[in-house]
Design a protein around this ligand. Structure first.
Ligand code: HEM
Ligand SMILES: *[C@@H]1O[C@H](CO)[C@@H](O)[C@H](O)[C@H]1NC(C)=O
Ligand SMILES: *[C@@H]1O[C@H](CO)[C@@H](O)[C@H](O)[C@H]1NC(C)=O
Ligand SMILES: *[C@@H]1O[C@H](CO)[C@@H](O)[C@H](O)[C@H]1NC(C)=O
Ligand SMILES: *[C@@H]1O[C@H](CO)[C@@H](O)[C@H](O)[C@H]1NC(C)=O
Length: 321
């Protein structure tokens, strides 16, 4: 009841002010008071048996928000005649869908039709990364609603590729109203997680098409990577932040400055004066954490559906009928 009033209030405001509703703190406090607690408890439990879960969920959040905003369009399954985002090549390595379904089922049992899949992704990503710190690393505002459209082809236009150079990265982030500073801070997310060899192996084996190695890649590190990645098509998973790939810290930037960034797009951050300056600043752990928190909030706000837009899916992989 209260929930409906809130929605009406927001819809009226929307018309009056000519703008969409904003996300807010604890949007579910009346409609599903335990929602955030359930998400946190379940996520924390699941992380204890899967140290790579935080990386999966963080990437899921990013890949969802950069295509049609943070609307859980990434979770929708393909249907006859439509290839959805999750089945497009840039997303094929993603995991963690089952985790979101698991959490959603628990929420539906308590408060059917109330908590959006889009909010579950945002909260679970934050909570999973935060587990070792025993406090939330960034604030997640809530009230996102779920989209009804997911188009695989949109991933190519919206998601940055690992071979992007600095200009391409800047343009990509610019298209989301994000700055070079945002870019450098958010890239720190690569302090956790794994990447398949074929997302960077041209740097090892065929950089300019002459069977050569990327000269900007640290030769010792390249040697090490070649022991893991045997060929251009190898899909073996390697740590993105060597020996620290389950620890959320500033190691990403330390490695990067030693020319040990894994992707061309990582190395690209050193090719621009302004972005290199930000890399140096972010070596300071406290600064990285503060700024990462601010930019996660910005990421989580991208083109969100609020008020009466979109819907609250009852199953995250399927639009309501
Ligand atoms: C800006 C340009 C970016 C590029 C080109 C990029 C590219 C990639 C690629 C190629 C992978 C390997 C996994 C795969 O092939 O699917 C990866 C993994 C990952 N990315 Fe990024 N990424 C970018 C930005 C971000 C941002 C902004 C975040 C989060 C806020 C992020 C979080 C992650 C995480 C956590 C992983 C590890 C996933 C896992 O272990 O399952 N990335 N990224
Ligand atoms: C939806 O897709 C996932 C894989 O992305 C698959 O595991 C699941 O079975 C699908 N669900 C349905 C109902 O088709
Ligand atoms: C970027 O900002 C412009 C102007 O405020 C706005 O119209 C546009 O929707 C924004 N784009 C995104 C992706 O948020
Ligand atoms: C290396 O790249 C060149 C140019 O793109 C291509 O012709 C050649 O087949 C590649 N070599 C291998 C081993 O794939
Ligand atoms: C990771 O740790 C191992 C064992 O301590 C060490 O031999 C290796 O060089 C390290 N890898 C990198 C890339 O730093």
């Amino acid at each position: 009841m209260r929930f409906e009033l809130l929605l009406v209030g927001c819809a009226v405001l929307l018309v009056a002010a000519g703008e969409g509703c904003k996300l807010e703190k604890k949007f579910y406090r009346h409609s599903c008071p335990n929602a955030e607690h359930i998400i946190k408890t379940r996520t924390t439990h699941l992380v204890s048996s899967n140290p790579y879960l935080p990386a999966m969920l963080l990437r899921m959040h990013f890949n969802d928000c950069f295509v049609r905003g943070c609307d859980a369009s990434l979770l929708l399954n393909s249907t006859a005649g439509n290839i959805a985002e999750k089945d497009a090549p840039p997303n094929l390595m993603l995991g963690g869908y089952g985790i979101i379904d698991d959490i959603k089922a628990q929420l539906e049992a308590q408060c059917p039709g109330v908590v959006s899949c889009a909010d579950i992704i945002a909260l679970a990503a934050r909570d999973s990364v935060s587990v070792p710190f025993k406090k939330p690393l960034w604030q997640v505002l809530t009230g996102r609603r779920d989209g009804r459209v997911s188009i695989g082809a949109e991933t190519f236009v919206n998601l940055p590729a690992p071979f992007f150079n600095f200009a391409q990265l800047k343009a990509n982030f610019g298209s989301k109203n994000m700055t070079v500073h945002d870019l450098v801070v958010l890239f720190g997310a690569h302090t956790i997680g794994l990447a398949p060899c074929n997302s960077f192996s041209s740097r090892l084996y065929n950089f300019t098409g002459k069977g050569d190695q990327d000269p900007s890649l640290n030769p010792t590190y390249a040697q090490f990577l070649k022991t893991k990645c045997k060929s251009l098509t190898d899909t073996t998973l390697v740590e993105m932040d060597p020996n620290s790939s389950t620890t959320f810290d500033t190691h990403y930037y330390i490695n990067l400055l030693q020319n040990k960034g894994l992707f061309q797009s990582d190395a690209a951050l050193l090719t621009n004066k302004a972005s290199k300056k930000f890399v140096l600043e972010l070596l300071h752990q406290k600064r990285f954490f503060t700024e990462f928190a601010q930019f996660m909030k910005k990421l989580g706000n991208l083109e969100v559906l609020t008020g009466t837009s979109g819907e609250i899916r009852s199953k995250c992989w399927l639009v309501n009928s």
